[in-house]
Design a protein around this ligand. Structure first.
Ligand code: AMP
Length: 290
């Protein structure tokens, strides 16, 4: 595996690979890898001839009061892990090269970024789309793999790619969970033991939602009421939001009559965790003609 630090070298290699007809698969990350990241890389390995993983803790997607400085980092550990899944190139640029002093362009996707996390993290998604746009330009992927764990991010990147007629396929992969159900996240390392235990109620509330939906409940407020009951019964959990939205527009729905995402964000101490459940409308079975 090759570690590349400069944009120039990365572009040259990507250009060469494209020239020889290789399919480039790309997994953008902020590092501190866990099985969730590795599942995306394995999918990338399956889809591409050349697998490129980027590791860049992107400063512009953090607000000043957020955890950019403390975000967990361990380059050596990450390097070994990406190598083990068969990555060809680990691209780890420096922030000063990505954002030179006179940088002044941002990419902002309008509607799908307003709701959910966009409310409490107003500049987050423009940071994400700006850096993803740059990374796509540098890495020139045919296919890019993202996790459904960050569902709004996935929808936002797909919207950007459609709106700007970009030539990359954006693929979403299911959320990988710990054995007890907690969604894997680099931020889980911040949790104190009692917060880690309490964090399970996020998963429990989503399981409750799933159960209600499978039983035929179609009123969003009833599902949300049950979910909030579970989350509020734990004194260590502070809800940021719990919402049920159209799976594509990310606008709230009252009635669950289409594909939806049940999404939540909550604080455990200072740590903000997100999780979601995508519920697709069951297809109507055809009547049998006997
Ligand atoms: P991050 O390093 O947190 O920016 O995440 C990099 C990519 O990994 C994003 O596309 C995330 O959605 C994805 N990801 C993070 N956690 C998980 C998980 N538990 N399961 C699947 N994908 C994940």
């Amino acid at each position: 595996m090759k570690v590349i630090k400069t944009i120039k070298e990365m572009k040259e290699l990507a250009f060469q690979a494209r020239g020889t007809g290789k399919i480039i698969a790309f997994v953008p990350t902020m590092g501190f890898f866990h099985e969730g990241h590795l599942s995306l890389m394995r999918e990338g390995r399956r889809r591409g001839d050349l697998l490129i993983v980027s590791l860049f803790v992107n400063p512009t997607q953090f607000s000043p009061n957020e955890d950019f400085k403390n975000y967990p980092r361990d380059f050596e550990r990450d390097r070994k892990m990406v190598e083990e899944v068969g990555t060809d190139i680990l691209f780890a640029p420096e922030a000063v090269e990505m954002y030179p002093l006179d940088h002044q362009t941002i990419v902002r996707v309008e509607k799908v970024t307003q709701n959910l996390c966009g409310k409490s993290r107003p500049i987050h998604f423009q940071g994400v789309t700006t850096v993803v746009m740059m990374l796509f330009e540098i890495v020139m992927p045919h296919v890019a793999i993202f996790g459904e764990k960050d569902y709004q991010q996935l929808v936002t990147v797909q919207q950007m790619v459609r709106d700007l007629h970009m030539s990359v396929e954006v693929v979403g992969m299911p959320t990988v969970r710990e054995a007890d159900g907690l969604a894997m996240s680099s931020r889980n390392t911040y949790l104190l033991p009692e917060e880690r235990k309490a964090a399970l109620s996020l998963y429990r509330s989503l399981q409750k939602a799933k159960e209600l939906l499978q039983k035929g409940e179609r009123k969003a407020d009833r599902v949300l009421h049950e979910m909030k009951g579970i989350l509020q019964s734990d004194p260590l959990v502070r809800i940021d939001y719990v919402q049920i939205c159209d799976a594509y527009t990310l606008q709230d729905v009252d009635s669950i009559d289409r594909d939806v995402v049940v999404a939540l964000a909550a604080y455990l101490g200072k740590t903000r965790l997100i999780d979601n459940l995508v519920y697709r409308k069951p297809l109507k079975s055809k009547p049998s003609h006997r």
